[in-house]
Design a protein around this ligand. Structure first.
Ligand code: PMP
Length: 368
């Protein structure tokens, strides 16, 4: 039998996932390793989520609710929308994939930032389309006007993220409204808000309220970040019912596990816990900024639970030294930003340990 891959599959970019704790423990013989490479919430989920998960164990022999009724109802109540405006995915990644599967054909393209979260581009390429990538502005924000200029008659979607990964910058209200106004109704605008809950309230745009006037808008959220359920894989998209109906046509049955659905309901119910984490992380960001300012090290001001640090030409050595000391961070070179490293903000204790080790390594490498 002679099988053949679709011609573009071999050329797909690889998503380089963060290294695992066990791998680094083994490699360097370390007793404790901190993973600060994938923007997970190191506080873990709230107590009610843990209890709920224990209760769920007894029913894992059953398939989950394919309709995801309970969690969609809870999300609909939160946003004061209909549950028919919501699609659940096995992580937001899957919702992005479904959007590209439904809307991107072979001659089509998407427009996104360069860099941006890789899955936008990868999903467009898997669908047989292409990606036009528009460099960030010098302050690392997404260049909305240039993205609009890059769009052509084959552009089906513009993917933006606020906060943006890997920089942590956000999109202003003016830029967001400009994009909606000038993109035209034939182009989908996908606003990825994976890190939304980490933003200070005065910066949080009520993007869902724009749905009624903009039938081409899709808002993405996830339970992987501040809700701390990354390992369970559950995220969602909000859009008009026509888009949601289309996405549901290709959604695989039972695409979100029962544990994930139940845990997400419990996580959503404890808003106080989320606000507490947001405030702690905001303090941790400030702590990082003060330390870098004092040491004369550059960084990008972030609105998420990670910070991009300007580590210069010795970034590779810094990443390696950090690994030897039990800290896994994400090299900027893997994210399209050589000369930087991206570090997840963890707990105050872990962050203090990180800053201490990082400063020693940085000074040793640059000041001898
Ligand atoms: N969007 C952005 C901007 C992200 O950084 C991530 C996760 N790294 C995702 C989406 C995907 O999240 P999920 O775990 O829900 O698939």
């Amino acid at each position: 039998m002679k099988t053949s891959l679709k011609p573009w599959i071999n050329d797909l970019p690889d998503y380089v996932a963060g290294r695992t704790v066990e791998e680094i423990k083994r490699k360097y013989g370390l007793a404790s390793v901190y993973k600060l490479a994938s923007n997970e919430n190191l506080f873990g989920p709230c107590g009610k989520v843990k209890e709920t998960l224990k209760e769920c164990i007894g029913s894992v022999n059953y398939y989950p609710d394919s309709d995801t009724y309970e969690i969609r109802t809870a999300i609909a109540d939160k946003f004061n929308i209909s549950k028919d405006n919501i699609i659940m995915g096995d992580g937001t990644d899957q919702v992005i994939e479904m959007i590209c599967d439904c809307f991107i054909d072979r001659q089509d393209n998407i427009v996104t930032g360069d860099p941006n979260f890789l899955i936008y581009e990868k999903s467009a390429l898997i669908s047989g389309g292409s990606a036009k990538k528009v460099p960030l502005r010098p302050d690392f924000s997404q260049d909305i006007k240039s993205m609009l200029n890059a769009a052509d008659s084959n552009t089906k979607a513009i993917f933006i993220a606020s906060p943006h990964n890997p920089s942590g910058t956000i999109i202003s209200k003016e830029d967001f409204e400009y994009l909606l106004k000038y993109a035209g109704r034939n182009i989908l605008i996908i606003m990825d808000e994976a890190y939304y809950e980490y933003m200070p309230p005065q910066k949080q745009l009520d993007t869902v309220s724009y749905l009624s006037g903009n039938p081409n808008l899709i808002v993405l959220r996830t339970f992987s970040k501040i809700y701390s359920l990354a390992g369970l894989r559950i995220g969602y998209g909000i859009a008009n019912t026509e888009i949601i109906t289309g996405l549901n046509k290709i959604r695989l049955p039972f695409n979100v596990s029962s544990m994930a659905q139940k845990a997400a309901c419990a996580a959503l119910a404890d808003e106080g816990y989320i606000l507490k984490i947001r405030d702690i992380i905001s303090g941790e960001r400030d702590k990082f900024y003060s330390a870098f300012k004092e040491a004369g090290i550059g960084y990008v001001e972030s609105f998420a639970n990670f910070v991009l640090i300007k580590t210069g030409e010795k970034s590779g050595d810094i990443v390696e030294e950090l690994l030897k000391n039990g800290f896994i961070v994400r090299p900027g070179v893997n994210l399209g930003l050589p000369g930087y490293i991206r570090v997840t903000l963890a707990t105050p204790e872990i962050d203090d340990k990180f800053l201490k080790v990082f400063m020693v390594i940085y000074k040793k490498l640059y000041q001898g």
